[in-house]
Design a protein around this ligand. Structure first.
Ligand code: CP
Ligand code: NVA
Length: 322
């Protein structure tokens, strides 16, 4: 089987306790996870699945939502989070991922990692006896997609057949929406400039893993994607993992390419009348999304941010029970 970007040939997402791309769980498990997340949202103290257990949370890059939602989530599940920021592990001084994973596995019951290279989380997972969770890599952000699906489930009930349009950069967030959205039965339509399209192998993997009638469609026209969509989703034009030459303030043509993909009022009006606006945050109002849409009546972004907590608690319950 061909692998998505960064995946080593030794990594088989079908036989694992890890959660690196979202391929690791079945459509049925995803459905159950979202149901469980809804229960945990109704009663935040309902589960003590991590009682007496510890979770290492490694952050090589900044984070607001992921850091806080995981740390609070571990605590609410009765566990203890050990948060390690860039430079605090000997990994930063050359200790190997293999040795790091072996040692952490002896000390904690799960490991979460935010870093640039997807290959690093895979290497840690390959040598870890405890579940490894991807807290964002350059290629995937599957925990975000869980919260996004929970948000859509709350708004619309059934996910199967719902049309979600992602507009903008074909990045990690787009990839994870493709993998997990298709698995949940969504009609995922991704509109990007041709130069910034999602990785073709992610499309293949997402299509292969689609469940409950889910599908993936790629286009280069935002309005086409928006037609009939119940959710319009966008993300930043420059991600943390983008090359420095693409850093904010430097115009290398990227901004010009992405301007037609801004999530604005006109695009919202092209979608279904009850459509919601989604964004994983942090946002740059005026760039990928207008202030009016971000803070407007149709925005569901604050629910998305809160739902990180509930979805991830359900995920941690699932992984430690495997
Ligand atoms: N959406 C998201 O992952 O936000 P943070 O970078 O703040 O964790
Ligand atoms: N695509 C963004 C998501 C941030 C949560 C990034 O990788 O920076």
């Amino acid at each position: 089987m061909e692998q998505v970007p960064g995946e080593s040939p030794d990594y088989d997402p079908r036989v694992t306790r890890h959660f690196l791309t979202g391929e690791e769980i079945t459509s049925a498990e995803l459905r159950a996870l979202l149901e469980r997340a809804t229960e945990l949202k109704a009663d935040r103290q309902a589960s003590k699945a991590l009682a007496g257990r510890s979770v290492a949370l490694v952050f090589d890059q900044p984070s607001t939502r992921t850091r806080v939602s995981f740390e609070v989530g571990v605590s609410e599940l009765g566990g203890h989070a050990v948060v390690l920021r860039e430079g605090e592990l000997q990994l930063s001084r050359g200790e190997s991922p293999r040795d790091t994973a072996a040692v952490l596995s002896r000390l904690v019951h799960a490991i979460g990692v935010r870093t640039g290279a997807h290959a690093l989380v895979e290497e840690l997972a390959a040598h870890s006896d405890v579940p490894v969770v991807n807290l964002l890599t350059r290629d995937h952000h599957p925990c975000q997609a869980l919260a996004d699906l929970l948000t859509l489930r709350e708004r619309f009930g059934e996910l199967a057949g719902l049309r979600l349009a992602y507009v903008g950069d074909g990045n990690n967030v787009a990839h994870s929406l493709m993998v997990l959205g298709a698995k949940a039965g969504l009609e995922v339509v991704v509109a990007t400039p041709a130069e910034l399209a999602p990785h073709p192998l992610v499309g293949q993997v997402a299509g292969a893993g689609a469940g409950e009638g889910g599908s993936i469609t790629l286009t280069n026209t935002a309005a086409e994607a928006a037609r009939g969509a119940r959710a319009l989703y966008t993300d930043v034009w420059v991600s943390m993992g983008d090359a420095p030459s693409r850093g904010a303030g430097e115009d290398d043509g990227r901004r010009e390419l992405l301007e037609p993909f801004r999530l604005d009022e006109a695009l919202m009006d092209a979608a279904a009348p009850d459509a919601v606006a989604l964004h994983c945050l942090p946002a740059h109002p005026g760039d990928e999304i207008t202030e009016g849409v971000l803070y407007g009546q149709r925005s569901a972004v604050w629910d998305q941010a809160e739902n990180r907590l509930h979805a991830q608690k359900a995920l941690m319950e699932l992984l430690v029970s495997r």
